[in-house]
Design a binder for this molecule. Structure first.
Ligand code: ZN
Length: 189
């Protein structure tokens, strides 16, 4: 089975980590949190009989998509150009040489295409640095650039098989599209 976002009706929904005592408690009753990868809507949904084990190595709310585009990062008296390794609505991994360290604020320009203006993030924060790999969280986009990035990510996602929600949280497209999708009523508490 696969879930459809109750807000935007698209099928790119990811099971995400439980937050707080309430969600831990609810998971006893098979109620789990999910987040739409396209519009960002987070909701809870009862999946009767499905038991998720703690297999979520990746605790990020958004799945990061592997890409390979140029990007530029500007910090206080620092400017660096490099490659985008992966991207989501919430952040990216950049491959570049820079003096930026964890906790530093910066602006980011994503050059996703020669045909369109770069997507600009006016406020971002470096979350991790591993040799020349920078984990960056997006805080504030310029103008409607969040929507532009959303469209771009949608384009990447629709090129893949529909994401199925399985007990192991893995993505599988086999046979999922032949079955009707499940449109959840978000569980409100
Ligand atoms: Zn959605």
């Amino acid at each position: 089975m696969y879930l459809i976002c109750p807000k935007c009706s698209r099928e790119f929904v990811k099971r995400v980590s439980r937050q707080g005592k309430l969600e831990r408690f609810l998971s006893v009753f098979y109620v789990y949190p999910f987040r739409c990868q396209l519009c960002g809507y987070r909701f809870r949904f009862l999946q009767w009989g499905i038991r998720y084990h703690r297999i979520q190595e990746d605790r990020r709310e958004y799945e990061r998509l592997n890409v390979n585009f140029p990007l530029a990062v500007r910090g206080e008296s620092v400017y660096a150009e490099g490659k985008l390794a992966d991207v989501s609505l919430a952040g990216c991994t950049a491959t570049l040489d820079t003096a930026l360290g964890a906790g530093d604020l910066c602006t980011v320009s994503l050059y996703l295409s020669n045909d369109i203006l770069p997507i600009r993030i006016n406020a971002a924060v470096v979350r991790s640095v591993r040799s020349n790999s920078l984990g960056i969280e997006f805080l504030k986009f310029q103008d409607n650039d969040r929507e532009r990035l959303q469209l771009f990510i949608r384009g990447l996602l629709v090129g893949r098989p529909a994401a199925a929600v399985s007990p192991h949280g893995s993505v599988s497209g086999d046979g999922a599209s032949s079955r009707p999708p499940i449109i959840p009523n978000p569980v409100e508490f």
